[in-house]
Design a protein around this ligand. Structure first.
Ligand code: SF4
Length: 265
């Protein structure tokens, strides 16, 4: 790699780096230094993840066939025959499979690019999401957009969904029976979307997807294999709003996630 740049290129790089830091970071002043060219810090999102740093912690069944097998008990339900996310959304819009159906305002199915290689999974709708029927639209949603933009994803580049599609009262954690009722929908969405990468936001999303009982700290930094799809877990944006000091760690996770995306080619 060249160690000297023309003044214009150097200025362009420097401006770009500063842009990246500021997009994520109305609260972060830290700029990581994964790669430098001369005195210029390259955007960390463009730093490939060394293969040796990759870690596969959990392998769930044999690729997507394992997910299809989990969905076998639901094969006679109408939504299972949906051939697109739009059709599936119509089929489940009035779902009452668990008690949350009676208290929600709008079912929050998911939103985004249906051809995306990237699926972002949160926990459950909050008040704003319940009101609008779209995931991550409140303050946490605005921060998620910034987090994505900091590693060169627009919100419209990815698909966003939740473990639960209806809001738990007072934003409490999902109950096991609610997850059990709702997660087949998410599995079907994954089969329709066929993402290459999944980013789970928060412990609840990570543990429910992976069926492991781990702390967020233990899950962060690992690359899991979810039925053949690489999966990472990072902080939920709502947690980052409460604990701004954690944004440094989230930034590190997102750089790694972007590097995984770049490695897909
Ligand atoms: S949370 Fe899921 S299973 Fe429960 S009512 Fe809503 S859509 Fe149906």
């Amino acid at each position: 790699m060249a160690t000297e740049q023309t003044p214009n290129l150097a200025a362009d790089l420097e401006r770009f780096v500063k842009e990246q830091a500021s997009r994520f970071g109305d609260v972060i002043s830290y700029v990581p230094v994964p790669l430098t060219v001369g005195s210029i810090v390259l955007p960390p999102a463009h730093t490939p993840l060394p293969v040796g740093d990759r870690k596969t912690a959990v392998v769930l069944d044999e690729g997507l066939a394992g997910l299809e097998a989990k969905l076998a008990p639901y094969k006679d339900e109408k939504w299972m025959s949906a051939t697109s996310l739009d059709i599936m959304q119509q089929e489940i819009h009035d779902c009452q499979k668990c008690a949350l159906g009676a208290t929600r305002n709008k079912l929050v199915f998911g939103v985004g690019n249906q051809q995306s290689k990237v699926l972002v999974i949160g926990e459950a709708p909050g008040a704003d999401e319940d009101e609008q029927g779209e995931p991550f639209v409140g303050r946490a949603g605005q921060l998620l957009n910034k987090m994505l933009a900091a590693v060169n994803f627009e919100r419209s580049d990815v698909y966003i969904a939740n473990i639960l599609k209806s809001r738990p009262p007072n934003n409490r954690d999902p109950k096991p029976e609610e997850v059990a009722a709702c997660e087949p929908y998410l599995w079907k969405q994954i089969l329709l979307l066929q993402p290459k990468l999944i980013l789970c936001l928060g412990r609840v999303a990570g543990t429910n997807m992976l069926k492991i009982n781990e702390s967020l700290g233990k899950m962060r930094g690992q690359i899991y294999d979810f039925h053949g799809i690489q999966l990472m877990v990072t902080y939920h944006p709502a947690a980052l709003l409460r604990n701004p000091d954690w944004k440094h760690g989230a930034w590190e996770d997102l750089k790694k996630f972007r590097a995984m995306f770049e490695a897909l080619g």
